[in-house]
Write a protein that binds this ligand. Structure first.
Ligand code: PXP
Length: 254
């Protein structure tokens, strides 16, 4: 069964458009969990454009309190972001925030401050050596480490070499190809990358631009452990209500 981790960035974005704390991302997370989400994902950035450091702290407390412990002891908190992001104002730095809040999984992403959203995986030929000690440090703290990757087989091998436990396949191009004659070729690339990752002993996650149309096909990839979904999930919550949105996504993840 593929786990559904709900990314709360867009909920925070709505909150940030006004003073105050409405909607409260922690209350939204609690409802997602109540309705069947398997995990919560956040992507704190130095510019605090959506999730803020205090959100991360409060969400970490919520997930650790395991609000439905009997039903889902595997409830998971995933923090994703650029491991090299330094402190900026009240943002303590990515690794510092991760150390403080101790998520179950840390997904490292090569995003820049000027990017609207993550739009590529790591090039480990250039950044692998710098990532190794960071991955070791996160391991020593007991976290699972996932690397955001394109479906490039050489790069997947390097992910294993630098010590990743999982990869998160960047599904933006897959989603963009939906309905075009490129789709099958792009899907095959992801399938092969996932198979290679599994054969190397790394788990496979996926995320970006997944939605109710394209998720079902992607979820046929064997051993897909987790998807993290934010943008489309938030839009679907507006149109159909959040409980229904959770159920519709979960129904595609068998
Ligand atoms: N994975 C990563 C690394 C991301 O940066 C994002 C967007 O924050 C997602 C998954 C989720 O993408 P979406 O919001 O399009 O569902």
């Amino acid at each position: 069964m593929t786990a559904l981790s709900i990314n709360l960035n867009k909920v925070a974005l709505i909150r940030n458009s006004r003073e105050g704390n409405y909607p409260d991302v922690v209350e939204f997370a609690r409802l997602c969990i109540d309705h069947g989400a398997d995990g919560i994902t956040v992507h704190p950035r130095p510019d605090q454009r959506h999730i803020r450091p205090d959100d991360v702290r409060r969400l970490a407390d919520l997930v650790k309190s395991n609000p439905r412990s009997g039903a889902a002891p595997e409830l998971e908190f995933n923090i994703e972001g650029n491991p090299f992001a330094p402190a900026l104002g009240s943002y303590p730095g990515f690794i510092e925030l991760v150390e403080e809040t101790m998520p179950d999984q840390c997904t490292l992403v090569p995003d820049g401050d000027d990017q609207l959203t993550s739009d590529h995986g790591f090039d480990l030929t250039s950044s692998g050596e710098a990532l190794k000690p960071i991955i070791e440090k996160l391991h020593s703290l007991g976290m699972r480490v996932s690397l955001f990757m394109d479906p490039d087989l050489k790069q997947i091998e390097l992910a294993k070499a630098v010590g990743a436990d999982r990869i998160e396949l960047y599904t933006g191009p897959y989603a963009a190809a939906w309905g075009s004659d490129q789709l099958d070729a792009i899907f095959q690339q992801h399938l092969q990358a996932a198979e290679l990752s599994t054969s190397l002993g790394m788990g496979v996650n996926a995320g970006h631009d997944l939605n109710l149309h394209n998720l079902g096909k992607f979820a046929t990839i064997p051993n897909l452990l987790e998807v993290s979904i934010g943008h489309a999930f938030t839009v679907d919550s507006l149109t159909m209500g959040m409980p229904q949105a959770v159920q519709r996504y979960k129904a595609l993840l068998v």
